[in-house]
Design a binder for this molecule. Structure first.
Ligand code: PMP
Length: 436
């Protein structure tokens, strides 16, 4: 299981990547998977169990990517696998209402303090896109405010200064987004209450919604002061704008009530993805009943989906949430705390300035002395210089981190002591290897 240090053979991954590149742009189905920021060939994963994955060459890794967040219980959790198999055996999609969506909706409403009613979709991007449309419909305003470094999926008007994926590729914004559409989004810096209050006092009456990842985790982990989030709530209320918490990462990972409960600040709308689907493609948006009443067919804001509320995905989400309710959240916090306890001393003793940042089961190693709160405070030069060698050194020691310095990594309930110890050893050597 544990691998000794040294370059591992990746012939199968290389052959598959060569084929993939001819077929799929960049050889991948989503850009950050391509290893562009770290070099080398992306690993093609054959299977996973708990906190471990195996690639097509048979190499095994402790996995800290966990599908970029959805897998709070690790890979192939027996309860989720059983639920998926049972649901699939009864038919995978009907395009008609099912009991499964009512049951998952009831669970989400019961667990999350900001959700009175909700709508299921199939991805985080769709959830955010739809929530923004509802906010625009409700307020009859067009302008959206987002924060530099926050990622909210790839809808045109949100692909502005959007953190990791774009930062990794070195492009501030995407091509193909018409300027007038990008112009419906205003971007403010994180952690700057003055800039926020000035903007809202001046233009708040034009603002349909302010959207934020309350725990910004797409440009590293840029933890905000609770007072900043409180200011956001106050200014949006004064201006008659809606506050949207994008909880695609934090929802049901940071505990049952996500970041909303963690900070005790209630947004008008919330978006979910990742954990809510237990590893299958699910997203959701919800919030105030009076706002959600605008969604078609009840109201005039159109939003639809052939596979929305898909019964197999609903079953996976429900199984995952129920496992988290049955002690899973406590285990998740315990495993994440054990991870921090093992890794922090090693990070702090590294031959280069480095910090470990953690909130719940979301962790980040940043190559600078102070933990940044804004994207502009992240030392991109150090990240670019140190991270590729660091990442490679970990891979060679059987530890899989997301392949970008701007990405956080995720603990799951399945990260056992052996996996954490292996990671700690690899990290000690990896941090030395990263030092020029
Ligand atoms: N919002 C946030 C906060 C995210 O982290 C992501 C994905 N990383 C999204 C939205 C988009 O979700 P998806 O990739 O499922 O479209």
């Amino acid at each position: 299981m544990t691998q000794t240090a040294g370059k591992v053979a990746t012939n199968e991954s290389e052959a598959l990547f060569a084929r993939a590149r001819a077929l799929l742009p960049g050889g991948v189905s989503s850009p950050v998977r391509a290893f562009k920021a770290v070099g080398g060939t992306p690993l093609f994963i054959k299977k996973g169990a708990g906190c471990r994955i195996e690639d097509e060459d048979g190499n095994r890794y402790v996995d800290w990517c966990q599908s970029w967040g959805p897998l709070a219980l690790g890979h192939a959790h027996p309860r989720v696998v059983r639920a998926v198999a049972e649901a699939a055996a009864n038919g995978t999609s009907f395009g008609a209402p099912t009991r499964a969506e009512v049951e998952l909706a009831a669970l989400v409403q019961e667990l999350h303090p900001a959700v009175e009613r909700l709508r299921f979709v199939s991805s985080g991007t769709e959830a955010v896109m739809s929530a923004v449309r509802v906010a625009r419909g409700f307020t009859r305003r067009d302008l959206i405010v987002k924060f530099d470094g926050c990622y909210h999926g790839h809808a045109d008007y949100l692909l502005v200064k959007a953190g990791s994926g774009l930062a990794t590729l070195g492009t501030p914004d995407s091509a193909g987004v018409p300027a007038p559409i990008a112009g419906t989004t205003a971007v403010l810096p994180l952690a700057d209450e003055g800039a926020l209050r000035d903007f809202m006092r001046e233009r708040g009456r034009e603002v349909a919604a302010v959207i934020i990842e309350p725990v910004p985790a797409n440009a590293g982990l840029l933890l905000q002061e609770p007072s900043f989030l409180a200011a956001l709530r106050e200014e949006t209320t004064i201006a008659g704008s809606l506050l949207i918490f994008d909880e695609v990462i934090t929802g049901f990972r940071l505990g049952p009530g996500g970041a909303t409960a963690h900070y005790g600040i209630r947004p008008d709308l919330v978006t979910f993805g990742k954990v809510i689907g237990g590893g299958l493609p699910v997203g959701a948006y919800g919030g105030r009943a009076d706002v959600m009443a605008l969604v078609a067919p009840e109201g005039p804001v159109y939003q639809a989906g052939t596979l929305s509320g898909n019964p197999v995905a609903m079953a996976a989400g429900r199984a995952a949430l129920e496992a988290l309710m049955d002690g899973g959240w406590a285990t998740l916090e315990a495993r994440a705390a054990a991870t921090e306890a093992a890794l922090r001393p090693i990070v702090e003793a590294a031959p280069v300035p480095a910090r470990l940042v953690r909130l719940g089961s979301i962790l980040w190693i940043v190559f600078q002395r102070d933990a940044p709160r804004a994207f502009s405070a992240v030392d991109g030069v150090a990240a670019k210089r140190l991270f590729p060698r660091f990442h490679r050194a970990l891979l060679d020691r059987g530890v899989y981190f997301p392949p970008s310095a701007y990405e956080v990594f995720f603990a799951s309930t399945a990260h056992d002591d052996a996996a954490i110890a292996q990671t700690a050893r690899a990290l000690r050597e990896g941090l030395s290897a990263a030092t020029p």
